[in-house]
Design a protein around this ligand. Structure first.
Ligand code: NAD
Length: 487
């Protein structure tokens, strides 16, 4: 594995300070050491992005030219899909089948989606005033700092790069120091797509050093961040002080509500997928399962039986359904939520390191019964294969329990009653409500959190609004009489 510190204007930089240990969590062994990009390297990356922006080769390129480059980027990702998936798997522990089947195709789709989107983008024209044409144009903002998390680096990092550059911006991405390898490799590939040097740059390093330097850099115009809520607050504070627009997509603690009239089999399948996909390390995980009393015992029995049969193991094995968590530290964080005799909590299944897999960071699929939503296990983001299960009686109780959280990223609801689904989508306080389905990502629609799950969203229109600024231009239709001062 190459030790890439930064990619700046097409140049690969491999020197730096304070190396970051990159671990394969399947074996808990070191697979790379990336020297951290120091302040001077961040400054160089931002300067390269600024030069590329001012020079205009990308910003002023025709839409057709930008579309062609974005589509070539997608093709390059497709062509390197196996290699990218291998690296991402080695660095995150997410099953290779999920990365190869979902994350890498999604990365290519992100570039194709924005290529298509910019081909349909329109401005606005106001002609209501008889003497004037007033138009609203959108222009790229400048240099974007893109800061991404470790849980799905290729899919999420590529969304940021594709949306930033599609509208003509330049960018510097700083991937998570825990899982930088896949997105670093993807960024390196983009050089062959025909992007002018300096449009996409990358710096590797820790959040508090490299990340903070990037956010604060005076030549960075806007910040797009995905990560934890505590970091989101720090980013918003810094961006606020410096008056930079910031979009922050943060954590979740999403309810998955299952009514007694749900299609039972599908609801069980959906609940398992909702919490155990991506090793449970998903912002959008359905981590609080709420079941109506009439089917609760049957649901627990079915869910637990299936959870116990889930194949936990080597993420490279095509049969594996849950791989290791990203690090030993994260594994300890997740296991720290296993109740040890507290009132109102009992372990229904799991709750241990997976037996026989001690060399890696493996946790058994876990379900904990929680009597109340105000318990810590129902309030904090655990970010692992760990769900709580609580029982409700009435619809009203379901909405109250679902909304009893400081987060508001997504909510899931399962019912065959149209009326209930209609009420659910109105009553649930979340940026996305999935009805009778596990995750379904429509890139045209916004994906963003309410409450402490974030400010700002991804999505076609939303990314356009964030990565461009509006310019209002008024032009008189004919020379109009002007008041003559001092005449
Ligand atoms: P994190 O907040 O620890 O780190 C995210 C990124 O921010 C990393 O690149 C990190 O280096 C950087 N960073 C940390 N401190 C910084 C600082 N002071 N200045 C600048 N950058 C800084 O998050 P994580 O542990 O990598 O990711 C998991 C979290 O991300 C979870 O809370 C999850 O819910 C959230 N997430 C949200 C979404 C969403 O779309 N809402 C998607 C995926 C993950």
């Amino acid at each position: 594995m190459k030790t890439i510190t930064a990619l700046i204007a097409g140049e690969t930089i491999t020197t730096g300070e304070a190396p970051i240990a990159v671990i394969d969590p399947a074996s808990d062994t070191l697979i790379a050491e990336l020297p951290e990009a120091d302040g001077a390297t961040v400054d160089r990356a931002v300067a390269a992005a600024r030069r590329a922006f001012e020079d205009g080769a990308w910003r002023l390129a025709s839409v057709e030219q930008r579309q062609a480059v974005l589509r070539r980027a997608a093709d390059l990702i497709d062509a390197a899909a196996d290699e990218l998936a291998d690296i991402e798997c080695a660095n995150t522990g997410v099953p290779l089948s999920q990365i190869r089947g979902r994350s890498v195709p999604r990365a290519a789709d992100n570039f194709r989606f924005f290529a298509d989107y910019i081909g349909q983008a329109t401005g606005r024209l106001y002609e209501q005033h008889p003497d004037y044409l007033t138009m609203v144009r959108r222009e790229p903002v400048g240099v974007a700092a893109l800061i991404s998390p470790w849980n799905s680096p290729i899919a999420l990092g590529s969304m940021k790069i594709a949306s930033a550059i599609a509208f003509g911006n330049s960018c510097v991405i700083k991937p998570s120091e825990q899982a930088p390898l896949g997105i670093t490799q993807l960024t390196a590939l983009l050089g062959d797509a025909g992007l002018p040097d300096g449009v996409v740059n990358l710096v590797n390093g820790r959040g508090a050093t490299t990340g903070d330097r990037l956010v604060r850099h005076p030549d960075v115009d806007l910040v797009s961040f995905t990560g934890g809520t505590p970091t989101g607050r720090v980013i918003m504070r810094t961006a606020g002080e410096l008056l930079k627009p910031a979009s922050v997509e943060l954590g979740g603690k999403s309810a998955n509500i299952i009514f007694d009239d749900a299609d039972f089999e599908r609801a069980v399948d959906g609940a398992l997928l909702g919490i155990f996909t991506n090793n449970g390390q998903q912002c959008l995980a359905g981590s609080r399962i709420l079941v109506q009393r009439g089917i609760a015992d049957r649901f627990v029995e079915a869910f637990v039986e299936r959870a116990r049969r889930i194949r936990v193991g080597d993420p490279r094995d095509p049969a594996t359904e849950i791989g290791p968590l990203v690090s030993r530290r994260h594994m300890e964080h997740v296991l720290g939520f296993v109740p040890a005799g507290e009132t109102g909590l009992s372990v229904l299944t799991g709750g241990r390191a997976a037996p026989g897999l001690e060399q890696g960071c493996y946790v058994e699929p876990t379900l904990v019964r929680a009597e109340r939503q105000d318990l810590r296990v129902c309030q904090e983001e655990i970010f692992g294969p760990f769900a709580t299960l609580s029982v409700f009686d009435t619809e009203e109780e379901a909405w109250q329990m679902a909304n009893a959280t400081r987060f508001g990223l997504v909510a899931y609801v399962w019912s065959e009653s149209v009326q209930r689904i209609m009420t659910a989508q109105e009553r649930l306080a979340a940026g996305t409500v999935w009805c009778n389905t596990p995750m379904m990502r429509e890139l045209r629609a916004p994906f963003g959190g309410w409450k402490e799950s974030g400010i700002g969203s991804d999505g076609g229109l939303e990314c356009e609004a964030f990565f461009t600024h509006a310019k209002t231009v008024s032009i008189p239709r004919r020379p109009l009489p002007l008041r003559k001062l001092g005449a």
